[in-house]
Ligand binder design. Sequence first.
Ligand code: MRU
Length: 367
Amino acid sequence: MRIAATYFRTGLSGDGRLQETAMTLNEDFTPMRWEDGRFLLLDQTLLPAEEVWIDCASTEIVADAIRRLAVRGAPAIGVAAAFGLVIASPEGNLEKILEAADFLETTRPTAVNLQWALDLGRELAQRDFATDAERAAAVLAWAQELHADDIETNRRMGENGAALFQQGDRVVTHCNAGGLATGGFGTAVGVIRAAHARGGLGMVWVDETRPLLQGARLTSWELGKLDIPHRLVTDSSIGAIVSRDLVDRVVVGADRIAANGDVANKIGTYTVAVLAHRHGVPFYVAAPLSTIDRHTPSGQDIPIEERDGNEVTHLGGQAVAPAGTEGMNFAFDVTPAELVAAIITEEGVLEPPFDESIAAAFARAGR
Ligand code: MRU
């Protein structure tokens, strides 16, 4: 079921109610914005064919957008959920805000940024405000700050990570960890952007990322607009590309990193990590501290989302398997810490042993 929302179209059609210029994506590929008291989300399920923005007039619309991946990527989900709390009660009613937090938390289980943002929102909303209006203003200011901080965090992460790269490097990335997956700028793609700006990368190999093609649809789209050399390959090509000595580094994002450095990320990441390890190619994970869950000891404890099997049996709405075939659809897999060369964060590049470097990074950040 799709929750009713008003959609604004941009691009060639230009028939939206908002100014076309006001809806154009910025160079950070920021997929959400707060504008004139409205929360707008770019519908990523329609990219790259159409740029359509959803007017999220209710928490239900935000939740629906998260569930069906109109907004996706761990940091982006967290920021969108924060605005979901703003919309839940423009008048600042505590009960409605807390109810919305519980509801939004049910949308997707793996990306810890969702819980992280909602816990911060709950804590803030329950502070002692003289009036509900003050609470509403504080929640809005917090959501906007969370959004701005995420972009700033990604820029710092980009600079930290770029130092690991050399001119002409050929890089594999999986899924989309670009601006679209965050408040803006991107994590893994942010590192790729910063590395390319410094020295010029030789090639970015983008794998398709079946079943929902975040690599093909979204990462290729971002890299194309950024003029970063890239080629799209099938997920099953990675072994051939790595073994032909066409890859110098791998950099991916994360949905949740356990306290020991195990990494949950889009299904297929583990395969890339094993291949990189087999061929001596460094495998990096770029993620903000908000993606590291110190309450989850290891990857085995990370809840892995299972999505509808139809996403596997169908492609772009068309069946690719005989009627009646049942799909199995793990949305994420876990890469053990031993395959990860470094975790790139806004607090620096963390190296093994990760339990120690993670704890030190949180201490540096005063968290
Ligand atoms: O199912 P998705 O598209 O939300 O999965 C996204 C990923 O796996 C990303 O790699 C991860 O969230 C990091 S985004 C900066």
